[in-house]
Design a protein around this ligand. Structure first.
Ligand SMILES: NC(=O)c1ccc[n+]([C@@H]2O[C@H](COP(=O)([O-])OP(=O)(O)OC[C@H]3O[C@@H](n4cnc5c(N)ncnc54)[C@H](OP(=O)(O)O)[C@@H]3O)[C@@H](O)[C@H]2O)c1
Length: 267
């Protein structure tokens, strides 16, 4: 397959490109500022509609795996909403399968159990608003596309590991997520690329745990005494429990999405 990965230098995008290349696929990895470590780099700013359409038509990918985004308030609408609009439109015009990455933060966090794909998204942050707007654009512009919602990603030295190794950070004891190992999510995306599964799919880790519990596990896995990790309650206004129910994905995928307690043993 010819696979185009947006955000080819990102945490998830570079892992998708690495695995895809290893599996023998032809990989195009989009580049904004940083150089993608895997795949053939293709310069692209997805906020540019004409350029996105031109690049997709020129390279004719079979599949687009859309990971590119920015989370900062001042950049989020352009990168996530405008960018996803352009990617969805261009992928549809180029007749490419589209897998779009979204987030557990489309939910408000007010429920006790886990969120399924049938639950109503109700974001409480600008980032969540932008991701939900992007999901709706994908559904409208590319009805056969798949939106994959995932949770905190960890596994190689990334943002979560860097935080867990700092001693000046307090981790929320009451903010519940379903963290997923980045290589397992990447493998799941590549499996899904070869299917026609459409709509929304939750692809997250098995365990629901707090950011504090995750930080303790990551600290221990990387040689820091977990008892030195500090916990604190989250400030008001944040989504409290956005644990995802991934049982639909479990029924589709060969890739197992483990919880951190198990998955960190095999790092
Ligand atoms: N990381 C998590 O814990 C997490 C949790 C839930 C969902 N997700 C979702 O997973 C996806 C990937 O996350 P990640 O952590 O891998 O992200 P990341 O490491 O921050 O990478 C994002 C990539 O997007 C690129 N990018 C940003 N704006 C762009 C633009 N206008 N045009 C083209 N490329 C652009 C960046 O380019 P540069 O390399 O040049 O900066 C970067 O390579 C996102 O859609 C996110 O919403 C992530």
């Amino acid at each position: 397959m010819r696979i185009l990965v947006t955000g080819g230098a990102g945490y998830l995008g570079s892992e998708v490109a690495r695995q895809a290349e290893q599996a023998g696929h032809e990989v195009l990895a989009t580049r904004l500022d940083r150089a993608p470590p895997h795949g053939r780099p293709v310069s692209l700013d997805i906020r540019d509609e004409n350029e996105t359409a031109r690049i997709f038509l020129k390279h004719g990918p079979d599949v687009v795996i859309h990971t590119a985004y920015r989370q900062a308030d001042e950049e989020v609408w352009g990168a996530v909403v405008k960018g996803t609009h352009n990617v969805a439109l261009a992928a549809h015009r180029a007749d490419a399968r589209l897998i779009h990455l979204s987030s557990d933060l489309v939910f408000d966090g007010e429920r006790e159990g886990r969120y399924t794909e049938d639950d109503e998204p109700r974001p409480v942050s600008l980032y969540g608003d932008a991701k939900l707007a992007a999901e709706r654009l994908v559904r409208e512009l590319h009805p056969e596309a798949l939106t994959v919602r995932t949770s905190l990603l960890y596994g190689t030295l990334g943002a979560q590991e860097a935080l867990a190794l700092r001693d000046d950070v307090e981790f929320y004891t009451d903010e519940i997520r379903t963290p997923a190992r980045v290589d397992e999510v990447a493998a799941a995306l590549l499996e899904l690329a070869a299917t026609d599964v459409a709509g929304v799919l939750h692809v997250a880790g098995r365990d629901a745990l707090s950011r504090y519990e995750l930080a303790r596990l990551l600290a221990a896995a990387h040689g820091r005494d977990p008892d030195t990790v500090r916990g604190a309650p989250s400030p008001p206004g944040r989504a409290r429990n956005v644990a995802l129910d991934s049982s639909r994905a479990d029924g589709i995928l060969r890739t197992r999405l483990r919880g951190p307690a198990e998955a960190l043993h095999s790092l």
